[in-house]
Design a protein around this ligand. Structure first.
Ligand code: GLN
Length: 454
């Protein structure tokens, strides 16, 4: 009830929730009470969570923050949310996001932007919460849920976590099932939690992760007790500092933050080593070929026949056109056009195939570093603090917006786990985040090292 009334008070301003499931929340909480009374509480019994609108929730609003899915209520539950409910968690509602998870500011949502609960000292200007999981991050930061599900294709868990002073982990590709999560770029998409601290993130990920017959890319590995990793010493761990992440024109506060992070790790007994990831500079351009290519294919299914919106036309082709023209927003259309172009017969080799080759090189860079004994890699999570709503520069040039992903996309391209952890405030009092990148399926080392920083 406390969370529901907090949502009722704050959501009008923040726009973090696109649907609040009051009755369902109360019914689930009641069932949890009964379980607790019987001594049968699950690991998350009665814990109220917000769910990103990308996750299919049975008979509950699921629109990926898009007009084209108007009124869609799936007949099935995503595996990740089903795992959470079976551990006793309670659903508060569905969280706002960039349309189809395409964006870095939560401004592409059909429901309008999410407002970051943080403000710069002495300023009343509204800031973005980051994206695409902006609703998840804002809701957690503003105490509108105890934790939230999110997804990360190129940074969408880690960047909003960094912009809101919360913890977000993108696990290794294959750790969580993608079944029932609306697909953006299938070879990059991964679910993960956004939480108030590292321990909460560890507990939530443990529950979300599982192998799943319905997603052949999910991996059949035991899910460790992540919470047990927290508090373990980092003495003797080798932390790599990649020189390619030291960008020209990096703001001073980001440079200073990184230095502080290095000092904290060293003070805690870790060994700091300089490393090189030579193909880093190709990651962003390659990502913006691979991700739109897969998106253009995945989004072909929204044709006005099977789901949501249908705009009548004079024949079926016209109906497709009218529906897609009205149903998709500008950024989604841009991605579909780029994706269709790079996959077209004459350009496939030059763009898509080339980008896939670059992706292999990026992956090999990381493999080499880990073979050389590095346990985790420390970088800034984002190139700046949260920026203003309707930032003119970003709005007029999509590439400026894409640059937000510069430190996060490599992790998705290589399929690795990455965590964003709050690491203090800038001089205007806005949250700053650091990122730790780990070996495949070694999320434990990320929780362990991130806990030193938080
Ligand atoms: N900002 C990136 C994009 O727009 C990443 C989005 C995501 O991780 N879902 O593609």
């Amino acid at each position: 009830e406390a969370y529901l009334s907090a949502i009722d008070t704050a959501n009008e301003k923040l726009n973090a929730y696109v649907a609040v499931t009051h009755e369902k929340a109360r019914a689930m909480a009641k069932a949890s009470d009964a379980k607790i009374a019987k001594g049968e509480a699950g690991a998350l019994e009665g814990i109220p969570l917000g769910i990103k609108d990308l996750f299919a929730t049975q008979d509950v609003h699921t629109q990926a923050a898009s007009h084209i899915l108007d009124g869609f209520k799936p007949k099935y539950e995503s595996t990740v949310t089903a795992n959470l409910w079976s551990d006793g968690a309670v659903m508060l509602g569905k969280l706002n996001m960039d349309e189809f998870a395409m964006g870095s500011s939560n401004e592409t949502s059909y429901y309008g932007p999410v407002i970051n609960p943080w403000r710069a000292e002495g300023s009343s200007a509204d800031l973005v919460p980051g994206g695409s999981s902006g609703g998840s991050a804002a809701a957690v930061a503003a105490f509108l849920c105890a934790g939230a599900t999110a997804t990360d294709t190129g940074g969408s868990i880690r960047q909003p976590a960094a912009f809101t002073g919360t913890v977000g982990i993108k696990p290794t590709y294959g750790r969580c099932s993608r079944w029932g999560t609306v697909a953006f770029a299938s070879s990059l998409d991964q679910a993960g939690p956004i939480a108030r601290d590292v321990r909460d993130a560890a507990i939530l990920l443990k529950s979300m992760a599982s192998v799943d017959d319905k997603d052949t890319t999910s991996v059949d590995l035991p899910v460790p007790d992540y919470e047990a990793a927290i508090g373990q010493s980092v003495k003797g761990l080798k932390i790599g500092i990649p020189r390619e992440y030291r960008m020209d024109g990096m703001p001073n506060e980001i440079e200073a933050l990184w230095k502080k992070g290095i000092d904290w790790m060293r003070d805690a007994g870790a060994e700091i080593v300089d490393i090189s990831l030579p193909h880093t500079k190709y990651a962003l351009p390659a990502y913006y070929i691979v991700a739109p290519a897969e998106a253009s294919s995945n989004l072909a299914r929204y044709d006005g026949v099977r789901y949501g919106l249908r705009v009548p036309g004079k024949d079926i082709a016209d109906m497709y056109e009218q529906t897609r023209a009205a149903g998709f927003g500008r950024e989604v259309k841009r991605r579909i056009m780029i994706g269709t172009y790079v996959l077209s017969a004459g350009y496939y080799d030059a763009y898509y195939l080339k980008a896939q080759k670059v992706r292999t090189l990026i992956k090999r860079d990381f493999e080499q570093v880990f073979e050389d004994g590095v346990d985790a890699i420390l970088t800034p999570a984002t190139p700046s603090v949260a920026f203003g709503i309707a930032d003119q520069e970003m709005a007029s040039d999509p590439v400026k917006m894409y640059l937000n992903d510069i430190f996060t996309v490599t992790v998705n391209m290589a399929g690795l786990p990455g965590i964003a952890v709050p690491a203090g405030l800038d001089e205007k009092g806005l949250p700053l985040g650091l990122q730790l990148i780990g070996k495949p399926f070694d999320e434990e080392t990320l929780f362990r090292t991130a806990h030193v920083i938080e």
